[in-house]
Design a binder for this molecule. Sequence first.
Ligand code: UD1
Length: 375
Amino acid sequence: MHVTCIVGARPNFMKVAPILRAAEAWPDVRTRLVHTGQHYDERMSDLFFDQLGLPHPDIHLGVGSGSHAAQTARVMLQFDETLDHNPTDLVIVVGDVNSTLACALVAVKRNIPVAHVEAGLRSGDRRMPEEINRVLTDQISDLLFTTERSAADNLRAEGIAAEKIHFVGNVMIDTLYRHRERARQSDVLSRLGLTERRYAVSTLHRPSNVDTEADALNTVRALEEVARRLPVVVPLHPRTRLKLEEFRLLDRLLGWPAMRILEPLGYFEFLALVDRSALVFTDSGGIQEETTALGVPCLTFRDSTERPITITHGTNRLVGLDPIRVAAALADLLTGHARQVSVPELWDGHAAERIWTVLRQTRSARSDLAAPAQG
Ligand code: UD1
C-alpha cells in the first residue's frame, strides 16, 4: 500500500509525525511525505521537522502565501501534477488548513481514496476559513478519523455514512506525550527569567482577531488584561506581527514590561512553556487540546470552539471577544478553585497506531483501497 501524507502548515507537522512513525511497523506500507509549503519560514516549518524527527519531505510544492483562492489553487495544481509521476493508493490529510482541503479535492477527483485525520470538528462558524475546509474535506473523504465522540454526531448530521467514521483519538496528543519529557529538559524558562506557574502564555493569530484594525486593537486590549495580572509570553505568529506593525500596535505591546514578545517558538520550547505556565490565553484550535492534555487552564479568545470536549472534560473556557470578560475570567481563574478535569477518551498516545489498524483492515475489505496504485 502506497500512502501519501500531506503537510502544509505548522499545526500539521505534529499530527503527521506519529502517523509516519506508526507506519514503520507495517512492512507492506510505503509512505510518501508531501509538504505543500504553505508555511515556509524556518521557525514555522523546518524547526518542527528537526524537533519532531520528521523525514525530509519527498516532495516540496513550495506554494507559499497568498489569498485563500490563490494558495488553494496553487496547492491543487502542483499536487495534481506530482500525482502524474507518483501514483498512490491513498492520501492522508490532517486538520483543517487550506492544504488539507486542496489535496483532498485533487485526490478525490482522481478517484484516489482520502483519509481525513481530525474529522468532524465543527465550530458552527462558517466565517472561519478552517470551518469551510473541515466541512468540505469531510464530505469528500472516504475514511474519517475522529478525536472526540461529538465529531461523529456532526458528521452523521451532514449525511456522512457511519461506517466511514472511526473514533481513534488524537494524534497531536500522541506527539505531545512522546515529547513531553524531552521538552521538560528545555531551559527556556530560565532563559526568559520565568517562574513555574507564575506566568501566562499567549498565542493569537485568527484572521477574525487580528486582520482589521478594530479587531487587532480589541485583541491587544485583551492581552493587556492578562499582562496586568502576570507576565505573559507571546510568541508572535507572522501574520499577527505583520498586522500589529501595520496598525502601529506592536510598540504599544512592547511598552509593557510584563509582555515578552518573541518570535515563533519551536515545538519543545513552546511545550515546555505551556506545561509549566499558570494559564494559556489563545485563539488556537490545537492549543485548546494540548492544554487539556497537560491540565493547564486555557482561556480561549473566541465565541465558539470546534473542540467541545476541551470544555466539557478539559481545562478550556471560552471567554468570547470582550476584554472585560477576559479580565473577569482571569480573576476567577487566578483566585478560584481548580476545576475537576479529565483527559478525554483515547487521548492516550496511541491514536496513530489505531489509524493504521483501521487503514489495513479497510484495505483488505475494500477493493478500491486494495487496487494497484493509480496515476
Ligand atoms: C494557517 C491555517 C490556520 C492555522 C495556522 C497555524 C488556513 C486557512 N489557516 O493560518 O488554520 O491555525 O496556519 O499557523 O490554512 N506567513 C509567514 N511565514 C510562514 C507562513 C505564513 O510569514 O511560514 C505569513 C504570511 O504573511 C502569510 C500569513 O502568515 O500571508 C498567513 O499564512 P497562511 O498560511 O495563509 O495562514 P495562517 O494564518 O498561518
